[in-house]
Design a protein. Structure first.
Length: 380
């Protein structure tokens, strides 16, 4: 029985940390061509890792305090039709993801949607709603440097200005928001009374100073993102604060993502030091950053794609657009999409019809955004 338990845990780890395992294997294989040395440290962007940790730590603390859950519950009491509720949830996923990341937006709103629609006897609408929430979180998150890991990495690596990032992605975000609204509007306007909405989680702490602590830590992290203070300052501050007020929040941090970044930095540094490989990839990527970002993302997700391709181009804005649009398409194109799928697997929704719906809607959004990219490239 004990062996079965261990085997189950190992299988669970392989299923949920596939990208981490692949990135580790890539780093190991590349080490055969470039033997381990102190030069490996030069390949690792410790500043990006510190920023990513700081933001995840703050968000984990807020999650553990139950703020997101209580907000979602109160939201359900304000609407009297499915159309109003669906539109609000989708738009909230879109805009909140720009501040709390696409992962956290989905972790907050998808489980809430599952419980709420079940209580309202609207489970038939769940697949469409979850797909639209996922698309909204992935596309809304591209509006800020902290919206998703690939933005944070590219913003830091290329020393981008916020205005440059925002201008580069704003047209695609605007088109996507319009499409999301149009997808929700055909929903029936049938009324309902959410008599028994999901119960609000109990207040996990009566420490009122958290209302000031977490926003302060978030602002401190933002100052590091915009290079006003060194990245290690919010990192240390977040660790110290959580050790004092909520140690369990430290366990909610996605350390797998941090390790994925670490292994990819090593892999990319190693292959970049091989002249033949580096030259070939540079020739392929240069001038084709958008399409390269989209294609590579379909097979390894857009975060590894951003790290990999950044080594071979100086066109930061084109790569930014490519890896963000690359989050559309296959289920693994964005790790955030896997989060939604995991929640769906816990319901009565059939996986294959959901995947078909997910893929079709994602391809529709990808095609429309690619058309916009071509128009801007041709006529702008």
């Amino acid at each position: 029985m004990k062996h079965t338990s261990v085997g189950t845990k190992i299988l669970h780890f392989f299923k949920h940390e596939t990208v981490l395992i692949v990135s580790f294997l890539l780093a190991v294989v590349s080490a055969f061509f470039v033997p381990p040395s102190a030069a490996y440290l030069d390949s690792i962007d410790f500043g990006t890792l510190a920023l990513l940790f700081s933001l995840m730590a703050v968000v984990a603390g807020i999650q553990n305090a139950g703020w997101f859950d209580r907000f979602a519950v109160r939201l359900s009491l304000r609407f009297r039709s499915y159309r109003q509720l669906a539109l609000s949830l989708v738009v909230l996923c879109f805009f909140s993801s720009a501040l709390i990341t696409n992962d956290v937006a989905l972790i907050t709103f998808v489980p809430f949607s599952v419980v709420l629609l079940k209580k309202l006897n609207l489970t038939a609408k769940l697949p469409s709603l979850v797909v639209l929430e996922t698309v909204a979180a992935n596309l809304g998150s591209m509006l800020t440097p902290v919206g998703n890991p690939q933005n944070l990495y590219l913003f830091s690596t290329y020393d981008m200005r916020f205005a440059d990032l925002f201008i580069a992605v704003a047209p695609y975000a605007a088109l996507s928001l319009l499409m999301l609204i149009l997808c929700v509007l055909p929903a029936k306007k049938s009324g309902f009374l959410p008599v028994n909405p999901p119960a609000a989680p109990p207040q996990k702490t009566d420490k009122k100073f958290l209302l000031f602590l977490y926003p302060a830590l978030f602002i401190l992290a933002l100052t590091a993102v915009f290079r006003l203070v060194p990245a290690y300052i919010p990192c240390i501050a977040s660790v110290v604060a959580l050790l004092i007020v909520d140690r369990k929040a430290l366990l909610r941090i996605d350390y797998g993502l941090l390790l994925t970044f670490l292994f990819l930095f090593i892999f990319i540094g190693n292959i970049g030091s091989l002249p033949s490989v580096s030259g070939t990839l540079s020739d392929i990527v240069a001038g084709n950053e958008v399409l390269s970002g989209i294609v590579v993302s379909q097979f390894c997700s857009n975060v590894p794609a951003a790290i990999l391709l950044s080594r071979f181009t100086q066109d930061a804005t084109a790569l930014l657009v490519g890896v963000n649009l690359g989050g559309l398409g296959t289920l693994i194109a964005s790790m955030a999409s896997l989060i939604s799928f995991r929640f769906v697997l816990k319901t009565d929704v059939k996986p294959l019809p959901y995947l078909l719906r997910f893929t079709l809607i994602n391809l529709l959004f990808l095609a429309c955004n690619l058309a916009l990219w071509w128009l801007l490239k041709t006529f702008a």
